[in-house]
Design a protein around this ligand. Structure first.
Ligand SMILES: [Fe+2]
Ligand SMILES: [Fe+2]
Length: 287
């Protein structure tokens, strides 16, 4: 199925990530801020993993359209890695050992990439589905990013927009080039859902501890994290059926329509070239 929208390379984004950003940038809330910070610490190595998993099959791609999409996908993911890396420097300045978190991710990712490239691709395609669903929730105008610092809101909104644009690329490589069988593809979704949830909660705990939160609060927050992800109003939970559709053997990412926030952001960005303004518009802070 052809990509209905272009995968755009946006390289001159000004998000103000080198300015001072409050520690609890999500409206002063430690819970939400640190869940998203935990995600940010996973992006740098995570995006590299996705790029490597797809690159492994690049030489076997004969369709010129898919080749071009793969290159655009790599460019977008590379840019995501770079800008989250920039934000992660703020976490480093807070005294958080981001390097140790990334080193652990890198070792785990390299193990799979070197030994099981097909499974690395299945994990990547599933992670792209996870991030596309997560991105749709980020683009919802009803509050998941409400009250957040405008620069951080813009970072996640822009990232969300691009995750939606390239959501089918790894999947197409998996199906058309690597021809990964259905059971491995489905296993990829279980693997990503479980691992990502566990790792996110573990890292968020580390960050809450750094904030001085006690054990009981952290345990409560860990349970709340499950609702934040999979509850009926959660990032993945609110997409319910859309998320599970990945398990249908006939699934393709473009069977799912574009969310309203996507078009709003793209139109605003094309008009003014300002990712913070476009994000404000999506989240109702500009008109
Ligand atoms: Fe990304
Ligand atoms: Fe992605």
């Amino acid at each position: 199925m052809a990509t209905p929208i272009p995968i755009v390379r946006r390289t001159k984004l000004e998000l103000g990530l080198d300015q001072d950003i409050p520690v609890h940038w999500h409206g002063g809330r430690a819970f939400e801020t640190r869940m998203l910070d935990a995600l940010s610490t996973l992006f740098v190595e995570g995006e590299r993993f996705f790029i490597s998993a797809v690159r492994h099959y690049e030489d076997r791609i004969t369709d010129p359209a898919l080749r071009a999409e793969v290159r655009a996908f790599m460019a977008q993911e590379g840019q995501h890695s770079a800008l989250h890396g920039k934000f992660n420097d703020q976490l480093r300045a807070q005294g958080i050992d981001v390097d140790a978190i990334e080193a652990l991710s890198r070792r785990a990712f390299d193990f799979v990439l070197n030994r099981y490239p097909r499974f690395a691709l299945a994990r990547t395609a599933a992670a792209e589905h996870f991030t596309a669903m997560f991105a749709e929730s980020l683009l919802d105008a009803d509050g998941l990013l409400a009250g957040a610092d405008a620069r951080m809101q813009a970072l996640y909104t822009w990232h969300g927009v691009e995750e939606i644009e390239h959501k089918a690329v790894a999947f197409d490589v998996l199906q058309k080039v690597a021809r990964v069988p259905y059971p491995i593809r489905a296993l990829g979704l279980f693997d990503v859902t479980m691992l990502l949830t566990l790792r996110l909660i573990m890292i968020a705990n580390q960050l809450w501890k750094h904030d001085g939160l006690g054990r009981r609060t952290r345990m409560g927050y860990s349970l709340r994290a499950l609702g934040w992800l999979f509850g009926p109003r959660g990032f993945i939970g609110r997409r319910g059926r859309g998320y599970l559709a990945y398990l249908k053997p006939s699934f393709h990412p473009w069977q799912h329509p574009l969310p309203d926030g996507y078009k709003k952001w793209v139109d605003a960005y094309a008009r003014v070239g300002d990712a913070v303004f476009a994000s404000d518009l999506v989240h109702g802070a500009a008109s």
